[in-house]
Write a new protein. Sequence first.
Length: 98
Amino acid sequence: MIALEDETFLNTYNHYTNAQRLTDYLVNSVIQKFKDSNIHQSRVSDMKQAFTFIKTHTALIDEGYLIELIKDIHDNIRTFVKNNEYFDIINKVYAEFL
């Protein structure tokens, strides 16, 4: 969801055919959003380390799966959040998780 807040990522992620390049682009877009938000560099480094698993997770780098996952997040979650600004999505996800 963080990467989808970047207009460039939002408009171009579905053009990637190589999953490994897409994972790099995804992580870099997230890190750039953190930097643009004036988050302290040490926190950005911590978050970068936390998101690095995306680049090596075998299920995510299978061809086509990551793009479909991002499309699902964009179509179903991001659109809902944008259209329901005052809905507490974090609370609902947490309750569903429990």
